[in-house]
Ligand binder design. Structure first.
Ligand code: MF3
Ligand code: CO
Ligand code: CO
Length: 274
């Protein structure tokens, strides 16, 4: 009927997500995991500057996750991913692999952190503006992508259909003359990094089935918003996803719990006031 994803890429059909509802014990563990993932983004902030390599950022995050937080970096060896964090620079949409290249004035960088704590995952990412020379368009792109995430989160409540959230995110991007990536999506999360039949698309189409939210579900919203075309290309390393037109892309991600009233952001940082 429709195309949604298995884990990272879109292939199979969404099904009823009731089986993914978490009990209070699991929810407490998800809260702890989410807070730890958020702490990594807070810790790394002062290091994300001109002249640092994403590989150095990977090492700093890895050591903090393992030594301070006593957690496991989920990306490392996940389906063969070679590093502990994802670093997606400028035209990289997602799943960038940390490397030796140094950050320069005017870059925009997404850092995506996933930790495993007590068997449960916390997954979150944010954009960093490097130096003073980030062009207005790229600044605005980062801002709109964050607003798209917050818009999606504001719609989370029991009874809500994920189709409406995807639709709202895409139309917000398009209103701003940007586009929303279709090949990659958010996901149910818990003891599994990517719950297989629980996809959170950042767009809607008539062929996509409804997914009705219930209290106790935990999932990510992680819109990837492109300055130009929504089309993407996978590089030869089989991980790095770039925009087809090589224009910049921005992504922000939170892990969310559906509560009786609405949403709880499990990966909230202290800088955020929502
Ligand atoms: N953290 C990414 C997500 O938001 C997934 C990264 S998978 C990896 O779902 F293998 F690239 F790390
Ligand atoms: Co995710
Ligand atoms: Co992530």
């Amino acid at each position: 009927m429709t195309l949604t994803k298995v884990s990272l890429q879109i292939y199979t059909m969404n099904s009823n997500v009731s089986k993914y509802v978490k009990d209070i014990t699991a929810i407490e563990k998800m809260r702890a995991a989410g807070q730890k993932a958020a702490r990594v983004l807070e810790m790394i902030e002062p290091y994300v500057k001109i002249g640092v390599s994403t590989d150095q950022l990977n090492t700093l995050c890895h050591d903090f996750i393992v030594d301070e937080l006593k957690c496991t970096p989920a990306p490392l060896n996940y389906r063969g991913f070679p590093k502990s964090i994802c670093t997606s620079l400028n035209q990289v949409v997602c799943h960038g692999i940390p490397n030796e290249k140094l950050l320069k004035d005017g870059d925009i960088l997404n850092i995506d952190i996933t930790v495993i704590h007590d068997g449960y995952h916390g997954d979150t990412s944010k954009m960093f503006l490097i130096g003073e020379k980030v062009p207005i368009l790229a600044r605005r792109l980062c801002k709109v992508a964050q607003e798209a995430l917050y818009l999606g989160i504001s719609m989370v409540k029991p009874g809500q259909d994920l189709k409406k959230i995807g639709q709202a995110i895409e139309s917000y991007a398009e209103k701003n003359n940007y586009s929303s990536v279709r090949e990659y999506c958010g996901h149910g999360i818990g003891t599994e990094f990517h719950e297989e039949n629980f996809q959170v698309l950042h767009y809607d189409s008539p062929s996509i089935p409804s997914t009705i939210l219930e209290p106790g579900l935990t999932f990510t919203i992680e819109p990837m918003i492109n300055a130009g075309t929504k089309k993407v290309r996978l590089l030869q390393d089989k991980w790095t996803v770039v925009t087809k037109d090589r224009k910049p892309s921005a992504q922000w991600e939170h892990t969310i719990l559906v509560t009786d009233q609405g949403a709880e952001i499990l990966t909230l940082r202290s800088e955020e006031k929502i």
